[in-house]
Design a protein around this ligand. Structure first.
Ligand code: 3H9
Length: 745
């Protein structure tokens, strides 16, 4: 190699007759302003060097360019045009330009490769245009060049789904031209030398037609209709269809102009802003405050699960799905047999639906070893208890695990609401202890709340985060309080849902309003699906721990339905009836709710608007989120949005409850909370406004921008999460303390 043209994220060196342009911008070579400027300068240097016969574009590190820099789409006046002009110069070059792809060539990265004359892919390379996941369409001519490489139908499918193709599939599709083994630099160099020797001509995608062979005449109009109906909340979908149609039916320059116009509107759309926020929040959640970067996780090869009930067996499946051997312990042979049979039935159903191959079913079943012998857990590096939500039983199980597990093993509880500090104490090994709250269904859901006790060791947290990644889930670390982030907020949401039911709103209407707000499932269906008994037991258990408000009407609906044996879907009736499995309105459930309202002196109202329903459910959610931040249970506003979008069906295009609160305006939310306190009375402090929320609202600030105060100098490097012992009175409780009685309801 000879001279390096200059240092920076992009370098150009001459290697004989070939220019080697390298992008080196860790972690994923995203197209920052500096990278684009570097690319511009180095392409110009290549253009100005007559001694070079060809240019190889390759990347250092783990991947080819993974796309535009997501943080920079928010910069005022963001414009893809300068980048596109560079790509046009690359494509127009009379001398060959080749891209060597490894890792993930995504978005603006694949668009760079598509501007080159030929593309080589290395083993493991994957390509895609995932912009739709950020509410965008490809903005560097991907919508125009990809259909010309692989045909309009596949290009449209890739852009609408955001899915990636592996190197072999990309070769078959015509997106890459060759495969090779080895390192990108050496393999790319060989490939380009070979092309030069063979005098291969520059191949410019913009000059080729986009194949529509075999597509019906109304292909694009139908696709547009579907995008507008099925992906109505994602405007980028319709934009993608229009751009690909232009690629297939109009000259390149016209498609280029259309893509630019569509990108400009998508970039500023609220949906794209929300989705970009979530992308960054998800990565941010992986950084645990107070845990030093680079801290190594504990070794984790084998896991144990105690309890083969709904949660336990699904956690075992989730671990086995990721290839981890699991020991599943039950107390009785019958319960174990039932649990294992259910696991097998689920895997076989997946196989019947074509989601698993028979050998995968066999392998996963082979990884789950059921036993009645607790001693079998002694060799596991992680044991998760998933017995029923009963504090006394869980304390007993955690104590037993503490005595039995090998030194250094992590002991975890899957409790959804109980005090993790108490269970950590019961284990006798609080440093090895954490909560791992898998959101139901544990094997399908995306969320794990990692609950950090006051003594949880930092490497336990790192191991839990790494495990979540291995299981393909999003982990959010939170402190200890009733219900952690998700269920604590859900409690406020369900409390108001039940009051509305008792005031005469039907379950069908309540759900319809919340589903129109974008929730994947309304609160009544959610209760029925999760099991009325599950919710009722949580309330009863929390009552035993003294955490409930002294309000006899509090969650009276689930407590009563539970008593009546109306357990939701599982028993055929809850807030709905389920003849043949599908939910239908149930006049009996409405009658029960109305009777409860009368019994508790709650006035029946006929003037409740849809807006009131939405506000009474969503504003307390935001208020609770602010309290979680104040108390330090949640470290960042984005963590709360991740919990609710990944685990509670909150629509991602709204960015999560905190992000949406800022769109609504905090002052409006505070005024709403105060209004409902007057309307409903506030004897149990349900409507007390979080001081943080009130302060930010007064100052016209955003809750999403709130940053926790740094620990004071000299404080322990790993700040303790607020534990029950150290928690000031009222914090982390549904009810902060008794208040003199006032007019109720
Ligand atoms: C686009 O390209 C528009 C164009 O059409 C027009 C352009 C002009 N930007 O996920 P990971 C960071 S839109 C900035 O944990 P993995 C990420 O934040 C873009 N940063 O790793 C994290 O940082 P940190 C189209 C990015 O191995 C680190 O890289 N492209 C970007 O599990 C590691 O990320 C996409 O949508 C980015 N584009 O997965 C691809 N990408 O360590 C989005 C990553 O500080 N990215 N980072 O927390 C991905 O899908 C995954 O990150 C990837 C790696 C598969 C690349």
């Amino acid at each position: 190699m000879s001279h390096a043209a200059s240092m920076g994220p992009v370098t150009l060196v001459r290697h004989g007759r070939i220019g080697l342009l390298c992008i080196d911008h860790p972690p994923v070579n995203a197209l920052s302003v500096a990278t684009v400027a570097g690319l511009d300068a180095k392409v110009a240097a290549f253009e100005a060097d007559p001694a070079l016969d060809g240019l190889l574009i390759w990347c250092a590190g783990r991947t080819f360019v993974a796309g535009g820099d997501i943080a920079q789409f928010d910069a005022p006046g963001f414009d893809a045009a300068p980048y596109n002009r560079i790509l046009a110069r690359i494509e127009a070059s009379e001398r060959l330009v080749v891209a060597a792809l490894h890792g993930t060539a995504l978005g603006g990265g694949l668009e760079l490769a598509l501007a080159c004359h030929y593309r080589l892919a290395l083993p493991g390379a994957r390509v895609g245009l995932p912009e739709i996941r950020l509410g965008l369409l490809p903005g560097a001519l991907g919508s125009q060049r990809l259909p010309r490489a692989c045909g309009a139908a596949l290009a449209l499918d890739l852009m609408l789904s955001g899915r990636m193709l592996d190197a072999e599939a990309a070769l078959r599709a015509g997106i890459v031209d060759a495969l090779a083994t080895g390192e990108p630099l050496a393999a790319g160099l060989n490939y380009l030398e070979d092309l030069l020797d063979r005098r291969a001509p520059p191949r410019r995608l913009s000059a080729l037609p986009a194949s529509t062979a075999g597509l019906p005449a109304d292909f694009f109009s139908q696709a547009l209709l579907r995008a507008r109906q099925e992906q109505a909340r994602y405007p980028a979908a319709a934009a993608i269809v229009r751009a690909v149609e232009a690629a297939a039916t109009r000259p390149f320059a016209e498609g280029e102009a259309l893509e630019a116009a569509l990108l400009a509107s998508c970039v500023v759309s609220p949906e794209s802003r929300a989705l970009r926020h979530l992308f960054l929040a998800e990565r941010q959640a992986a950084r645990v405050p107070g845990v030093p970067a680079g801290l190594l996780p504990r070794v984790l090869h084998t896991a144990g699960v105690v309890g083969a009930g709904t949660m336990g067996r699904r956690i075992a499946m989730s671990l086995a799905d990721a290839g981890m051997p699991v020991t599943l312990v039950e107390a009785s042979g019958a319960a174990l047999a039932k649990g294992l049979a259910s696991v097998r039935a689920r895997y076989e159903a997946d196989a019947a639906a074509g989601r698993l191959r028979p050998e995968q079913v066999a392998r996963r079943m082979g990884l789950i070893a059921g036993t009645l012998d607790y001693e079998a857990l002694a060799g596991c590096e992680l044991v998760i208890e998933a017995v029923v939500e009963d504090m006394a039983l869980k304390q007993q199980v955690c104590g037993r695990l503490g005595r039995l597990c090998k030194p250094g093993a992590i002991i975890a509880t899957n409790t959804s609401t109980l005090d993790v500090e108490v269970l950590a104490e019961a284990s006798g090994r609080p440093a090895d202890f954490a909560g791992l709250h898998f959101r139901n269904p544990a094997n399908g859901g995306r969320l794990i709340e990692v609950v950090r006790g006051s003594a949880t060791a930092p490497d336990v947290l790192v191991t839990a985060m790494q495990l979540a990644r291995r299981l393909g889930k999003v982990a959010v670390v939170c402190g200890v309080c009733f219900g952690f982030i998700g269920n604590r907020m859900a409690e406020a949401y369900l409390r108001e849902s039940e009051f509305l039911l008792m005031e005469g709103v039907s379950p069908v209407r309540l759900d319809a309003v919340m589903e129109a707000c974008g929730m994947a499932m309304g609160p009544c269906r959610m209760l029925d699906v999760a099991g009325i008994d599950v919710s009722a037991k949580i309330v009863l258990e929390y009552g035993k721990a003294g955490g409930l408000p002294p309000d006899p009407a509090y969650r009276a609906v689930v407590r009563t339905l539970f008593r009546l044996g109306r357990l939701g879907c599982k028993s055929g009736a809850g807030l709905y009836r389920y003849p043949g499995g599908a939910a239908v309105a149930d006049p009996e459930a409405e009658r029960i709710c109305r009777a409860l309202g009368r019994a508790h002196g709650i006035a029946r109202r006929t003037d409740i608007s849809d807006a009131e329903i939405a506000e009474r459910l969503l504003y307390p959610l935001v208020n609770e989120a602010a309290k979680l931040l104040e108390e330090g249970v949640a470290s960042r506003p984005g963590d709360i949005d991740m919990v609710w979008t990944a685990g509670y069906g909150y629509p991602d295009y709204l960015g999560g409850p905190v992000w949406q609160a800022d769109s609504i305006g905090l002052a409006r939310i505070v005024a709403g909370l105060e209004r409902y306190a007057r309307l409903r009375g506030n004897p149990y402090d349900y409507w007390d406004v979080s001081p943080l929320l009130a302060t930010l609202a007064r100052g016209g600030q955003r809750l999403s921008d709130w940053v926790a105060p740094r620990p004071e100098a000299g404080a322990a490097p790993i700040p303790s999460a607020p534990g029950s012992a150290a928690r000031p009175a009222g914090q982390g409780r549904i009810h902060p303390g008794p208040k003199p009685p006032q007019s109720v309801h």
